[in-house]
Design a protein around this ligand. Structure first.
Ligand code: PFF
Length: 466
C-alpha cells in the first residue's frame, strides 16, 4: 500500500463488515422476491436449486468479489484495474466492475419503488392501529377486497407512487452521504439486529397460528419434474440477487475490510445468514398465506396483498402488520445503501467531488429512472422499452429493469468476475489472502475457473432462449 495513503473511511470492525454485508444481502430479495419467485416457480424445485446455486456458485463468487475489493482498497472498477495491472493484464478488465456499478444503479431505481410501497404500508398500518387499537385484527369491519385493493389503489395514484419511491431513495441517500462508518455501518449495526428479532417473532407467530405443515411441504417436498430451464434461470438470478453478486456491491464492500479478516469465513457466514433468512422468510409468509386460503402464485402481490388480508384474521393483526412492514423496511434500507455505494465510491474517485455532491448526482439519475419505473404501474403501463427483445417484449419499464439486471447483467457480471479471478489475475496476489488452505483452496479455484462460469453460461443461455 502507498505510504502516503490518507486514513480511509472503512468498517470499524469485522462485526461491522459482517452486519453490513449481511444487510446488503438480506433485503426485499429475501422476503418479497423470494416468496414471489418460489410461489410462481413451483415452490420446492425452485428452493432446492436455489440452495444448490448459493453453495456451489454464489459462495465462490462472493469470496472472489470481496477478495478483489480488499486487494484493491478502492472503488470497484479501480480495484479490478489495479489487480489487472499488477497481473500484467489489460486494464480494460476494470470494465467488468463498471458494468456492475451501472447495474447496481439500475437495480436501485426499481428497488426504491418497492421500498416506497413498504413505506406506504407502514403508514397505512400505523393509521389503522391508531384508529382501531391493538387487540383486534387489522382493518376491522372492512371487506377483504378493500385490503387487497390497497396496492392497486396505490398503483393508480401516480403521484403517491412516485413520492413514496423518492422518499425511500432520499432516506437511502441520507445514510450513504454520511459515509461508510458513520452512515452505512450505523444503519446495519442498528437495523439488522432489530430485523432478526422481528423476523423470528413473526415467524414463530405465523407457524403457531398458520398452516405450518402445508407451508413446509410446499417449500421442502422436492419434485424434480418441476425443474425446467426457466425455473433454473429464475433460481440462479434469485441467488445472485439475494447475495448481491455480480453488481460491484460486494467488491465495494470488500474494499473497506481490514487485512486481518478471513474472507472465506465471512463469505460462508454471509451466504448462510442470507439463505437462512430467505427460508425463514418463506416460513414466515407461506403459513399465513395458506391459512387464509390464498394463492401462492399471486406474484408480486403476495407480500403486499395476500399477507395483509391474512393480518385481518389475526389477533393483534394491525400490530403484526405494522411490525412486519417495519422489518421489511429495515431489510430494504440496509440493501439499498449497498446499491448506491458502488456508484458513489466510483464517481467520487472519478470526479474528485465530495461524497454529498456525488450522492446527490446519482440520486438524481436513480430518481429519474425510478420515476419511470413507478409510472410503469399507471401512466406508462403500456410502455414496452425492450419490445425488440423477445423475452422482454412484454415487460414494462419496471419489469425490464428487474429482468435485464437479474437475468443478464448479474450472471454475466459473475461469469466475468470468475474468468478474471480464475484465469487472468495473478493467483499469487489474491490466493494468499483468501483464508482457505489445501483441498478447500483447490476446490474453490476449480469452482471459480470451471464450474461457476460454465454452469452460469449454460443456465443463462438456455433460460434466455426457452
Ligand atoms: N441482495 C439484496 C436483496 O436481497 O434484497 C438486493 C441487492 C443488493 C442486489 C445489492 C444487488 C446488490 F448489488
Amino acid at each position: 500500500m502507498a505510504v502516503a495513503d490518507a486514513p480511509r473511511d472503512g468498517w470499524t470492525s469485522r462485526r461491522a463488515f459482517l452486519l453490513a454485508a449481511i444487510g446488503s444481502a438480506v433485503g426485499l430479495g429475501n422476503l418479497w422476491r423470494f416468496s414471489t419467485e418460489a410461489g410462481t416457480n413451483g415452490g420446492s424445485a425452485f428452493v432446492l436449486f436455489y440452495i444448490f446455486c448459493v453453495i456451489l456458485i454464489g459462495l465462490p463468487v462472493l469470496l472472489a468479489e470481496t477478495l478483489i475489493g480488499r486487494h484493491g482498497q478502492s472503488s470497484a472498477p479501480e480495484s479490478v484495474r489495479k489487480l489487472a495491472a499488477e497481473s500484467n493484464a489489460s486494464k480494460h478488465w476494470g470494465l467488468i466492475a463498471t458494468l456492475g456499478v451501472i447495474g447496481s444503479l439500475l437495480i436501485l431505481s426499481f428497488y426504491c419503488v418497492v421500498g416506497g410501497w413498504v413505506l406506504y404500508y407502514i403508514w397505512v398500518f400505523l393509521g389503522d392501529m391508531i384508529q382501531t387499537g391493538l387487540a383486534g385484527g387489522a382493518f376491522q369491519g372492512r371487506p377483504a377486497a378493500d385490503i387487497e385493493g390497497l396496492l392497486p389503489n396505490l398503483f393508480g395514484d401516480a403521484r403517491l407512487m412516485v413520492g413514496c419511491g423518492l422518499a425511500f431513495l432520499a432516506i437511502t441517500a441520507f445514510f450513504v452521504a454520511r459515509g461508510v462508518s458513520s452512515g452505512i455501518e450505523w444503519v446495519a449495526s442498528w437495523l439488522m439486529p432489530a430485523f432478526f428479532v422481528l423476523l423470528v417473532l413473526i415467524t414463530i407467530y405465523g407457524l403457531a397460528t398458520g398452516a405450518a405443515s402445508e407451508a413446509i411441504s410446499f417449500l421442502f417436498t422436492f419434485d424434480f419434474s418441476k425443474l425446467t430451464p426457466e425455473v433454473m434461470l429464475a433460481a440462479v438470478g434469485q441467488a445472485f440477487f439475494s447475495l448481491s453478486l455480480g453488481m460491484a456491491s460486494m467488491i465495494t464492500y470488500g474494499a473497506y475490510v481490514g487485512r486481518d479478516v478471513n474472507l472465506a469465513q465471512t463469505s460462508g457466514i454471509i451466504g448462510g445468514a442470507d439463505t437462512m433468512v430467505a427460508l425463514i422468510g418463506g416460513l414466515c409468509i407461506f403459513p399465513i398465506v395458506f391459512a387464509a386460503g390464498l394463492s401462492v402464485s399471486a406474484g408480486p402481490g403476495l407480500m403486499f396483498q395476500s399477507l395483509p388480508v391474512a393480518f385481518q384474521a389475526m389477533p393483534f393483526g394491525s400490530l403484526i402488520g405494522f411490525a412486519f412492514f417495519i422489518m421489511v423496511a429495515f431489510a430494504a434500507l440496509t440493501s439499498s445503501v449497498s446499491l448506491l455505494e458502488p456508484s458513489t465510491a466510483w464517481l467520487k474517485q472519478l470526479t474528485g467531488l465530495n461524497r454529498l455532491a456525488t450522492t446527490l448526482i446519482l440520486c438524481g439519475v436513480a430518481g429519474v429512472l425510478g420515476t419511470l419505473a413507478a409510472l410503469s404501474f399507471n401512466e406508462l403501463a403500456d410502455f414496452r422499452p425492450l419490445a425488440f427483445i423477445p423475452i422482454f417484449a412484454e415487460s414494462n419499464f419496471f419489469d425490464a429493469l428487474d429482468g435485464v439486471t437479474a437475468k443478464i447483467m448479474m450472471p454475466l457480471g459473475a461469469i466475468l468476475v470468475c474468468i478474471f479471478v480464475g484465469w487472468i489475475a495473478d493467483a499469487r496476489l489474491i490466493d494468499e489472502e483468501n483464508g482457505l488452505d489445501g483441498a478447500l483452496h483447490q476446490f474453490w479455484r476449480f469452482l471459480v475457473r470451471f464450474l461457476c462460469p460454465i454452469v452460469l453460461g449454460v443456465i443463462m443461455v438456455t433460460g434466455l432462449m426457452s
